[in-house]
Design a protein. Structure first.
Length: 163
C-alpha cells in the first residue's frame, strides 16, 4: 500500500491519541504510577485536539491508502521552532521508513540555523541516530517517563561551503 504524508487535522485527534496510547509501554516505566498520569493525560483525544489547534505546533500524519480510506501509520509533531514533540510509528509499520518520511517532510519547515531537540525513548534512540541526532546526556527520568535527551545539529550552510 502507498503511504502519504499530510498535515494533521482536528479530525485526526482520536486516531493520533489511540496510536500514541498504544505505544506508551515503550517510554513509560509504569503507566499506573500517579507520577505518570499528568504526562499520560497529554495523549487524550482532547489534549491532542488542543495541540493541533495551537499554532506553536506543526503536526504531520503518515497514512496508508487503501480501499477503505487511510489508516494512520505514524505521527510527527514539532513544537516550534525546533523541538520534536512526537514521533510515533505503529508497530506494524516499523522498518518501512515511515519515521524517515515524516522527518524528511518536516525538514523544509525547520530553521536550518537551529539545532533540533528531542527527548527520545530508549527504544527509539537508534531511529533518531539514523536521522542525525546524538545524545546530549544519559538516560533521564521525570514523571515516570524514561528518556534520552538528543539533538540534531543545524543543517550545514551551503553558502559557507568552499567551492
Amino acid at each position: 500500500m502507498l503511504e502519504s504524508i499530510r498535515p494533521a487535522t482536528a479530525a485526526d485527534a482520536g486516531a493520533i491519541a489511540a496510536l500514541i496510547g498504544s505505544l506508551t509501554h515503550y517510554f513509560v516505566a509504569d503507566g499506573s504510577a500517579p507520577a505518570a498520569q499528568p504526562f499520560l493525560s497529554t495523549f487524550s483525544p482532547a489534549a491532542i485536539a488542543g495541540l493541533l489547534a495551537d499554532g506553536d505546533y506543526l503536526c504531520l500524519c503518515a497514512e496508508e491508502q487503501g480501499q477503505k480510506g487511510g489508516q494512520l501509520l505514524g505521527v510527527l509533531t514539532l513544537h516550534r521552532p525546533a523541538h520534536l514533540h512526537h514521533l510515533f510509528v505503529a508497530p506494524a509499520a516499523h522498518r518501512r521508513g515511515i519515521a524517515r518520511q515524516l522527518w524528511q517532510t518536516l525538514e523544509p519547515h525547520l530553521d536550518p540555523a537551529m539545532p533540533v531537540t528531542v527527548n527520545s525513548s530508549e527504544y527509539a534512540v537508534p531511529v533518531y541516530q539514523r536521522l542525525g541526532f546524538a545524545a546530549t546526556a544519559g538516560v533521564q527520568q521525570r514523571n515516570g517517563v524514561r528518556y534520552v535527551p538528543m539533538q540534531r545539529p543545524p543543517f550545514p550552510n551551503p553558502a559557507a561551503t568552499p567551492k
